[in-house]
Design a protein around this ligand. Structure first.
Ligand SMILES: O=C(CO)[C@@H](O)[C@H](O)[C@H](O)[C@H](O)COP(=O)(O)O
Ligand SMILES: [Zn+2]
Length: 199
């Protein structure tokens, strides 16, 4: 007898595996991930920092990625400057209340970012106004703009120096590919700045 819950769970893993296999087999996507890692490495070498933003699960991803840079990924080393723009409830409520939800990240970018910094803006749909506004502000400041999105075309393309487009339009699968790519990026940056990983 089939168990619908178990079938659904197995399907989740299978869909995730299929999306991962599509990403792993896409040379353009792998090249984009490498270019993002190189851009972040360049920024750190010049004294820059990484800012990150996103909504919902992507806010959690922004925080997760900032923690990898600031704390450690694969081995102990000096901290790397990274700020998730999703965490300070006083800032978020003040900006949201006084200026509106669409300005949530844009205002923090204008206050915190300097030319040569990197903004990683995460939106699975590519349509969140607060994420698009952050990218526009970053562009105006000479910040390197990196977008993480899905397969649907969006305004993010024109606003990003590098756009990682996960090869699926399903939000949870897009998020899963984003976090795998982020771990790969952090690993490349860590290796480039601090030498190959100890065995
Ligand atoms: O985690 C999930 C879905 O997996 C949700 O919380 C999701 O992140 C939210 O609906 C976001 O508001 C979606 O925004 P975006 O990725 O389209 O910019
Ligand atoms: Zn989610």
């Amino acid at each position: 007898m089939t168990d619908p819950a178990r079938d659904s769970i197995a399907a989740h893993f299978q869909h995730s595996r299929d999306a991962m296999e599509r990403a792993a087999a896409d040379p353009a996507l792998i090249a984009t991930v490498a270019a993002i890692a190189a851009a972040i490495t360049r920024s750190y070498r010049s004294g820059g920092k990484v800012l990150l933003c996103g909504n919902g699960g992507s806010a959690a991803d922004a925080q997760h990625i900032a923690a990898e840079f600031l704390s450690r990924m694969n081995f102990d080393r000096a901290p790397l400057a990274a700020v998730a723009l999703t965490t300070d409830t006083s800032v978020l409520t003040a900006v949201g209340n006084d200026f509106g939800f669409d300005q949530l990240f844009e205002r923090q970018v204008r206050g915190l970012a300097r030319a040569g910094d990197v903004l990683i803006a995460i939106s699975t749909s590519g349509r969140s106004p607060n994420v698009l506004a952050a990218l526009k502000a970053a562009r105006g400041l000479g910040v390197v703009t990196i977008g993480f999105t899905g397969s649907k075309p969006s305004d993010m393309t024109a606003l990003c120096d590098h756009l990682l487009a996960a090869p699926t339009d399903k939000t949870p699968l897009i998020q899963q590919i984003h976090i795998v790519a982020a771990h790969a990026i952090c690993t490349c940056v860590e290796d480039a700045l601090f030498g190959p990983r100890p065995a």
